[in-house]
Design a protein around this ligand. Structure first.
Ligand code: ARG
Length: 623
């Protein structure tokens, strides 16, 4: 009984499908019941459109097939009796729900778990979130990896699974060694102090170090090709040599870092502290559950890389090619990937992919992941296809004792664009700092909130503005299709109308306000077990929306698409608003009706609250 769906569309879908299977076994199990809301309310609540395409496929008359389906249909507990008279046009089957069926379903939903009970055997789900890089400001791209990742993690938590967030911080390798060395030089020259080091300093020095270590190989090629003359050649050569010296020193710093040599390691630790301090602050402001405990940066795998590479070589998974080590990805089930996965360069250096292989091994074999989800930019698609295929080939993706590999998924997201449709940057082409963006959202929200409600005290206004601003930013991100690029537009995301975060926060405040009014007017709140009476069309529409909640949450988990829950909550809020406009609650025509409607209001408030919590939007009591 408990794993039965709540949504009548799904329930009727199952029943009609069973009837189809009985009426036309040759249709096969995949025959879809094609249930949709009725186009004409006077004919019913739902209709099945299955008979037409099926009849065509089987060479039958659609109305005859519809009649046989109706005969086999077992929906007496849900619908008014269905007869041949309910077949319309070429073969639509009209279905009308019994009011008591709807109340019964709502009764079943109105439990503490809102139709989403914890599973008997939770799965372990690892979610790769955030993924910031040391010595770099977080920018709007990290917003998506943080917000979408945390929401997916929350969804699985809500579903009762065991969730492990992993922040795969880019904190190791040559670029980090470059900036470490740069800072060491600045420290020695007395131009910097570790104590007062800021993320802005780091950001600046990171770029300077990158610049210094960039050779002129390309420029030299061009100079040769166009014969730019000995003077240019000499100049470029000198610059190139200098860069190569810087690079050589950075490599030595990397070696020193790898052996935790105190003078460089202390600097690295400070870089880590400053970057992660800012990152975790942003995670907190963003109302995520990402904490320091989730940090598992690239550096945490440093010791394992030799072992991984030795293992892969010894078992013949990796092979040498011109001094480099690579894994060919030719297995049939992964579909051949032309580009092999490079795991060690000719100079002995390891790569981003090597670390990700070690990470999969740890996540699956040590942390016990049944499913690993990577919320990372879509542009890393090939990287993940390679790493997933390579780890399956190496059996790193298989839990000890398991029959097959765990599920590895790249929950890829698109780019955040500015109003001009180009990647979101400042006028001068720099990345916009995430912290500035969050500040601006809250500031703008404060203006909007003040305009809407001028009587708020300053501190309450500030609290509300913080929630509204953050909800606006997060919701804008979550409510657009994950894979698509999405336009960052302050005015649109901060609007109190339309499919926005502020609108949903406001909807929750509105559903709660009935109860405040009831208290003020001394109306009894005796609705907890009240029989639910569904009569008005808007009441019925609200009931049907409420029943869709469990599937909406589950679909986020299945498709890794938070948008599903956003759209759901938006239409629930709309249904509530129509209901509230059309149906008096506290002044309902009878006591029974008042209690029933209060119960619907309470259930709506709980579903909205629960849904917003799954999405990770901060909520407010007043707005
Ligand atoms: N630091 C990486 C970047 O900024 C993202 C890390 C994603 N996670 C992973 N396991 N590779 O591109």
């Amino acid at each position: 009984m408990n794993d039965q769906p709540f949504d009548p569309v799904e329930l009727l879908g199952q029943r009609v499908q069973a009837a189809i299977a009985a009426a036309a076994p040759e249709a096969g199990p995949e025959a879809d019941a094609l249930i949709s809301p009725s186009k004409r309310a006077e004919l019913g609540d739902f209709q099945s459109n299955a008979a037409m395409p099926l009849a065509k496929r089987l060479g039958m008359k659609p109305r005859d097939l519809a009649a046989t389906i109706v005969k086999k249909l077992d929906v007496a507990d849900l619908c008014e009796p269905v007869t041949e008279a309910d077949i319309a046009g070429p073969g639509f089957i009209n279905l009308r729900l019994k009011p008591e069926a709807l109340s019964g379903l709502l009764d079943r939903l109105d439990t503490p778990d809102l139709g989403l009970p914890a599973p008997a055997e939770p799965k372990t789900i690892v979610v790769d979130v955030c993924g910031v890089n040391l010595a770099k400001q977080m920018h709007v791209g990290h917003l998506r990896a943080t917000v979408i990742g945390d929401t997916l993690a929350r969804t699985f938590e809500r579903l009762g699974e065991t969730v492990i967030r992993q922040n795969h911080v880019g904190d190791w390798g040559l670029p980090i060694a470059m900036v470490t060395r740069k800072i060491q030089i600045e420290l020695n020259a007395g131009r910097l102090s570790l104590e007062s080091l800021t993320l802005d300093d780091l950001d600046r020095l990171y770029r300077a170090a990158q610049f210094e270590c960039t050779g002129q190989g390309k420029a030299l090629e061009i100079a040769a090709k166009y014969d730019l003359g000995p003077k240019v050649d000499a100049e470029l050569c000198a610059q190139h040599e200098e860069a190569m010296e810087h690079l050589e020193e950075a490599k030595q710093t990397l070696v020193a870092l790898q052996s935790h040599q105190p003078d460089v390691y202390t600097i690295w630790q400070r870089i880590y502290e400053v970057t992660m301090g800012a990152c975790l602050e942003a995670c907190e402001i963003l109302h995520t559950r990402i904490t320091e405990a989730d940090n598992a940066g690239e550096s945490s795998y440093a010791e394992e890389l030799v072992q991984v590479v030795d293992d892969l070589t010894a078992r013949g998974i990796a092979e040498e090619h011109e001094g480099a080590l690579l894994i060919r990805l030719d297995s049939a089930e992964d579909g051949k990937i032309a580009q092999p996965c490079l795991i060690r360069k000719r100079d002995g250096g390891y790569l981003y992919a090597t670390t990700d292989l070690a990470a999969i091994r740890r996540r699956v074999q040590t942390l016990g992941a049944d499913r690993v989800i990577y919320t990372v930019d879509a542009r890393q698609g090939l990287h993940f296809r390679q790493v997933f295929a390579a780890s399956r080939k190496a059996e790193y993706a298989t839990k000890p004792g398991a029959n097959g590999p765990s599920v590895l998924e790249h929950a890829a997201f698109g780019t955040v664009l500015g109003n001009d449709g180009k990647p979101f940057k400042t006028r001068s082409g720099e990345n916009i700092r995430l912290c500035d963006l969050l500040d601006e959202a809250v500031e703008r929200a404060e203006t909007t909130v003040a305009a809407k409600n001028p009587d708020l005290a300053a501190d309450e206004r500030a609290t509300i503005a913080k929630a509204v601003g953050i909800a606006a930013i997060k919701y804008a991100d979550l409510s657009s299709e994950r894979i698509k690029d999405h336009v960052f537009h302050f005015d649109r995301m901060l609007a109190f109308e339309g499919n926005t975060g502020p609108y949903l926060l406001y909807a929750l405040v509105r559903t709660r306000s009935v109860f405040r009014k009831a208290e003020e007017t001394g109306t009894p709140l005796d609705h907890a077990d009240a029989p639910i009476l569904i009569s008005e069309p808007t009441e019925k529409a609200l009931a049907l929306e409420l029943l869709r909640y469990p599937s909406a949450v589950q679909s986020v988990a299945t498709l890794l698409e938070p948008m599903r829950l956003c759209s759901y909550l938006y239409s629930l809020a709309g249904a509530y608003s129509s209901f509230y406009d059309a149906c008096p609650v506290l002044r309902a025509a009878s006591d029974d009706l008042r209690r029933s409607r209060l119960r619907l209001c309470a259930l709506t408030a709980r579903v909205l609250e629960d849904g917003l919590e799954v999405l990770g939007l901060p909520t407010v009591e007043r707005m």
